[in-house]
Design a protein around this ligand. Sequence first.
Ligand SMILES: C[S@@+](CC[C@H](N)C(=O)[O-])C[C@H]1O[C@@H](n2cnc3c(N)ncnc32)[C@H](O)[C@@H]1O
Length: 295
Amino acid sequence: MLKLDEKKIRKGRPIGLPYQGSKKKISKKIIEIIKQNFGTDKPIYDIFGGGGAITAECILNGLEVHYNDLDKDITNAFERVISQDRKWIKTLIVSREEFFEIKDKENKTTDEFLKLLVNSFGNNKRGYLYSEEISDLKYNLAKEIIENHDVFNGYKQTETYKKAVERPKKPDQIGRLQQFERLQQLQQFRQIEKPNYMKVTNKSYQDFSKVSNAILYLDPPYEQTDQGSYINSFDSQEFYNWAFEMDKTNIVIISSHSISDERFEAVYSFDKAHSKFRSGTRNDKCEKLFMVKNS
Ligand SMILES: C[S@@+](CC[C@H](N)C(=O)[O-])C[C@H]1O[C@@H](n2cnc3c(N)ncnc32)[C@H](O)[C@@H]1O
């Protein structure tokens, strides 16, 4: 088992894009586990980086990180949020009509991709956040809050906010925009003299086969889930074979609920980080970290 002295975990909120399968809830612990067990000298490869929660945590901790995801839309979105200002964040709330117009477009800009992410149910980019009956009301409230108040500071005291909370709660987009604002903390790391603070690529994991002497943090699509459209094409066994080979020259850590390949074992378990899947399926188990046995 890996050790974790919880007292050393960074204070402050976790950051990352709102994203399906995001490790934001446990990212601070994961990075602290890596630091305490494997030190801070090796570069970290976040190869299935998604919404960037692990990459962001590495940057905040001053660790060298390589952020990769096969999906260029998501890494572009992460970089776009960091390079913009707070005012720009406010442009991301869209109405139901705009949402479906964007969804139907063949080629989407990064801002359009972010609009789908912010305004969709469960961040799935497919369905609007609210049902037809309440979507206008919620959209108008969200607009009112961001236009008339500083979304990010003290707006909870305002009448508009209180009204929104009573009906019965604030529009979800606001919380998501606040996550973007937190992510913009990373701007300070771009500005200091550290040009290589983050390397970004869009490759498939096999393209990292030559990497050695690094820490590979791997958060692949889960085995057997309905998490997203890419799921059916992901070959978990092929991935485990690759990870097993990579472990010979690297420290390989895999995030998952369970791994059917017996060459791997759970080395840490996050008891509280349950995923939001239907209960009764294997996905209801808690999130764990796996490594090659006896590695
Ligand atoms: C569970 S999500 C990762 C979530 C991420 N750790 C976070 O905190 O947001 C899995 C990611 O793997 C990416 N992916 C799927 N197949 C891949 C491949 N062959 N190579 C690299 N990334 C891949 C998907 O685009 C998706 O973003």
